[in-house]
Write a protein that binds this ligand. Sequence first.
Ligand SMILES: Cc1ncc(COP(=O)(O)O)c(C=O)c1O
Length: 406
Amino acid sequence: MVRINDNYLKLPDSYLFSDIGRKVNAFIKENPDKKVIRLGIGDVTRPLTPTIIKALHEAVDEMGEAATFKGYAPDLGYEFLRKAISDNDYKARGCDIEPDEIFVSDGAKCDCGNIQEIFATDSRVAVCDPVYPVYVDSNVMAGRGGSYDERSEGFTDIIYMPCLEENDFVPQLPKEVPDLIYLCFPNNPTGTVIKKADLQKWVDYANEHGSVIIYDAAYEAYIRTEGVPHSVYECTGAKSCAIELHSFSKNAGFTGLRLGYAVIPKELCRGGVSLHKLWARRHGTKYNGAPYIVQRAGEAVYSPEGQAEIKGLVDYYMRNASYILDGLKDAGFSVSGGVDAPYIWLKTPDGMTSRDFFDHLLKEANVVGTPGSGFGPHGEGYFRLTAFGSYENTVEAVDRIKKLKN
Ligand SMILES: Cc1ncc(COP(=O)(O)O)c(C=O)c1O
């Protein structure tokens, strides 16, 4: 009889997230007159902008004409998009990344989850704690997790790098050398960014030990502070140790359209083998390309009009972030993030657990956020609010939380 991949059984059910959904639904049912404001999920709410809609319409029309119809997209992405990415996201910032080092995909989640496939099953994996759960879960599914330890709420073979308040939520270089190091800046969930000099230390460490950094830059567009790196390739030597992942979801509102890309520099080799070649082989076998119309929409993001419009989107969400950050500070909360990221990470008051604070906020302020413990053991005692709601709802939610505190 066939046997299943029992690594999947090691993953604890996401009780916390299903519990949240259940609690919110029950609350709404019992309190139909109350307006519940959701600042919990990391999904955008603003519509696609006119330039992107226009590009989509034009591409749809092309698909309806024999002369311009497109079938399968090239495995690694259309040249027009790869060139726009290389020119705008890299060369304009002084990073020498060529179009053929870019692999277009349908979003960063798939790339985050799949990239581990090209590494050995016994690779040691290091992640931040708290963390975007995909990095851990995809490695556990592949057999790199060891077993789940109820006590530490972590996997025995994963190296967890605590991101603590005293280090501005930036991880420290681990004592045990990992093979794969997942870093994400601006960070989900803490909203932290890393200074270039600190990122350089990780690049030097990876080059010294032969590790590979998977650098998730999904929130890069939210960086406002001068000197904060937008790409790992701003660091010297990163092309020989880092893979970078990007998304069009949070900068341009593509969460429902689906578009992203991975960068694997040609010079990045391990064991004498080019990782670029391995990923190209993997892509060619398992992936048939992001839709033509979506890639045209992605190209439109880089037009001058597209750039102005998406700046407007990011500014809109960052106005929310500032309102949340300032409001909660005024109310005496200990808060971080929200300056170069759409996430605000607050310390739960009076030593409450993350879950108790969730219940308290839902019941007393009718506001939904995400308990930090859902992102890893070091998220306990923290709570994440997102800036992706409407401005009006954000203002109302913060004002309600402030009243609660006073
Ligand atoms: C850190 C991080 N990486 C990747 C993603 C997924 O992005 P995409 O929508 O491109 O799959 C998310 C989405 O929330 C995220 O928070």
